[in-house]
Ligand binder design. Structure first.
Ligand code: UGA
Length: 432
């Protein structure tokens, strides 16, 4: 099939590369000329394991191409995926749909034969109705079909999640469209992915309800972890014990820093905004958002406590600053709030992240990027493991840190408390 992905960001690029790998002809269109030129040279704008190889292979084979020319790309394709960003509005909590509506307007000029238009970006319920209305101003209704097909990819695991999805959700009541899309996804369905055809509005809400639920699960275990710390209970055992109940499930029950990234914070705010607009009560999600914001404060307080309230000239090292491992994404990472708060108290920070130095910290004094774990840790009074990169899972801290009484705060519970006790390391972790 001939596909066009509008927006070569996370969603568009990963899905485009994966669809081309399944044998489809895919054009990824983006208005950013620099990005498109780089992609033609296999320079990938994001850090995502395996993506570079996949892009290179399929670009070479001719199945995957890159362009800034929207009109010709639309004309050549049968299925068009809208994959542009839907960030939180500057003043408020609703999703900003400017890019979605601009693209819908633009593409309506180039529909010359039947096309399926899919919103893959995360969009609030009724966005599909609005996209349809915009396009129908220029195009007869029988020449297009607007579908919601949300993506459920996790950064750092995106290719695996595309190939082995738990489910594929297609929101359309048009039988012909559904048949074509079922065929498009048939290589994944035959490997076991569940295919759900539902209404467009349901599909849109499934995405938000799923992300808000996962954010709730994480927030829940984080609050349970706070209890565990006061009750001398190990939160890891609680997670395992809870997860053994199939009704609960063990995934997304890892306690740690506040959840971050480009999705959960934005999507919990957006579903709350939708609920407010229709005067529906979503108090649970409101409290998840508050609890998650408070989480960063709780962990920052914990850092003060570990250093007995005196941070002046204390050398603190952060291992990992991104919101999770296997990504270079800094969006809504808890380190963005924790680090400035600690700097304000007079601490001297070094950090190491496998994805390199971050522009977000350049404006601050007394923070320095080091290009190895050892260089970052060597003079520390306190080392904080902020992100769960594999690189941090078997460090011989005693060997690399000069100070005898250094402390280690493991925010991802990577190390076992028993081992740390045996190694006589001053070790602090989450919920145990
Ligand atoms: C999330 C969803 O997991 C994807 O299904 C969805 O497609 C995506 O948002 C999206 O809407 O585009 P992502 O934000 O990439 O994916 O990463 P997650 O693995 O979900 O992690 C999000 C945050 O939750 C991270 O800060 C992570 O550290 C935290 N987390 C996750 C925990 O603290 N504990 C856990 O057990 C799991």
């Amino acid at each position: 099939m001939k596909l066009c992905m509008i927006g070569a960001g996370y969603v568009g690029l990963v899905s485009g590369a994966c669809f081309s790998d399944l044998g489809n002809e895919v054009i990824c269109v983006d208005s950013d000329t620099n990005k498109i030129n780089n992609l033609k040279n296999s320079i990938i704008p994001i850090y995502e394991p395996g993506l570079g190889e996949l892009v290179k292979k399929n670009y070479k084979s001719g199945r995957l191409s890159f362009s800034t020319d929207l009109p010709s790309s639309i004309k050549k394709s049968n299925i068009i995926f809208i994959c542009v960003g839907t960030p939180t509005k500057k003043n408020g909590i609703a999703a900003d749909l400017t890019q979605i509506f601009n693209v819908s307007k633009e593409l309506s000029h180039y529909i010359n034969k039947f096309k399926i238009i899919i919103t893959k970006s995360t969009v609030p319920v009724t966005t599909g109705d609005k996209v349809e209305k915009i396009i129908s101003k220029k195009v007869k209704k029988k020449l297009f079909s607007v579908v919601s097909n949300p993506e459920f990819l996790r950064e750092g695991e995106a290719i695996r999640d595309f190939i082995y999805p738990d489910r594929i959700v297609i929101g359309t009541q048009n039988k012909k469209t559904n048949k074509i899309l079922k065929q498009l996804y048939s290589p994944l369905i035959s490997k076991g992915a569940k295919y759900l055809n539902t209404s467009r509005r349901s599909a849109e809400l499934i995405k938000y309800a799923s992300n808000a639920f996962l954010a709730t699960k994480i927030t829940y275990i984080n609050e349970i972890a706070n209890m565990c710390e006061k009750l001398n209970v190990n939160v890891e055992d609680v997670s395992i014990g809870m997860g053994l109940d199939k009704r609960i499930g063990g995934r997304f029950l890892r306690a740690g820093p506040a959840y971050g990234g480009s999705c959960f914070p934005k999507d919990t705010r957006a579903i709350l905004s939708t609920a407010k607009q229709i005067k529906s009560n979503l108090s649970l999600i409101k409290s998840v958002i508050n609890s998650n914001e408070n989480r960063t404060k709780i962990l920052t307080e914990r850092i003060y406590k570990i250093l007995k309230g005196n941070l002046k000239n204390k050398k603190i090292c952060f291992l990992g600053v991104t919101f999770k491992a296997n990504t270079d994404d800094m969006r809504e990472s808890s380190s963005l709030k924790m680090i400035p708060a600690i700097l304000k108290k007079g601490a001297l920070i070094t950090y190491y992240d496998p994805t390199g130095e971050k522009k977000e910290f350049k404006k601050f004094k007394n923070i320095e990027f080091k290009n190895s774990i050892k260089a970052a840790c060597v003079n520390s009074d306190l080392v904080i493991i902020h992100t769960e990169w594999n690189d941090f899972k078997s460090i011989d801290f005693k060997k690399i840190i000069k100070k005898k009484n250094f402390k280690l705060f493991d925010m991802r519970n990577i190390y076992s408390t028993e081992k740390m006790k045996a190694d006589k390391i001053n070790y602090f972790s989450i919920g145990r």
